[in-house]
Design a protein around this ligand. Structure first.
Ligand code: 1GP
Length: 244
């Protein structure tokens, strides 16, 4: 079964949880242990973020260390065109739709496209949209961030992604953002969008998770939570808010 099929099957049964692992934040072995804990607690997928500065070697070691530990899918999401390896199950072939720097919209993706196709890597097309406060990509001017009260613009980007044929739309408020995407924005997007909506950034508690789920998020991503002490219990409570 492909990862896209796996996700669509999971979505029929309820909200999907994704654990984001930044390989730069810990050793490959520690990343493997984090991923195993996430799987044991009930997370559905591990997503490795390929942020700027990630070396090929470290990515490879991290994906291998995680693959040894888990049976749920391991997906890679490169931020630009830098590090790439093939030890994952699929790749989020994502375009940061509101980037000002074309490298994040299609430049980096174009560099990798032929090799991904020739290697028969499963690519999952994702429209990625960043809302304030967002994360720093190359420089603060790289992304035309959507303001937190501009529901119309957010919905317009979401529907544009769907019309481009992207199978998933991912709304991001930024790694370790102070707050998740506003519930009202999620509701506004869901009224118009027909493909699954992924929401991530700033979700740290069961209350946050329940709010984004009830607003309509189909898939919820958490990352920072796994770096804190007691993350197994924190993640367990987030999972219970998403899966009850
Ligand atoms: C996933 O970037 C996020 O969309 C992860 O954000 O680290 O705040 O959970 P957190």
């Amino acid at each position: 079964m492909s990862v896209a099929q796996y996700l669509n099957e999971k979505l029929k049964r309820g909200t999907v949880h994704i654990t984001l692992v930044d390989p730069m934040k810990q050793s490959p072995e520690a990343a493997g242990r984090l991923a195993l804990t996430a799987q044991e607690v009930g997370s559905d997928l591990i997503l490795i973020a390929g942020l700027n500065g990630l070396s090929q070697g470290h990515l490879l070691k991290t994906t291998r260390a995680i693959k040894e530990k888990i049976s749920i899918p391991l997906v890679y999401t490169p931020a630009g065109g830098e590090a790439l390896c093939f030890s994952f199950d699929a790749l989020f072939f994502s375009s940061l739709l509101n980037a000002k720097n074309p490298n994040y919209v299609c430049g980096g993706q174009a560099h990798a496209a032929i090799i991904l196709k020739r290697m028969e890597v499963e690519t999952i097309p994702v429209g990625y949209v960043m809302v304030e406060p967002g994360i720093k990509m190359g420089s603060p001017a790289d992304v035309d961030l959507i303001s937190r009260d501009n529901y119309w613009l957010a919905t317009s980007y979401a529907v544009a992604a769907e019309l481009f044929g992207m199978g998933f739309v991912y709304f991001e408020s930024g790694i370790n953002a102070a707050q998740p995407i506003p519930a009202g924005m999620i509701r506004a997007i869901k009224k118009e969008l027909s493909v699954p909506l992924i929401v991530g950034g700033g979700i740290r508690t069961a209350v946050d998770a329940r709010r984004v789920r009830q607003a309509g998020a189909d898939m919820v991503v958490t990352g920072t939570i796994i770096k804190n002490a007691g993350y197994r219990e924190r993640l367990r409570s987030i999972l219970s808010a998403l899966k009850d």
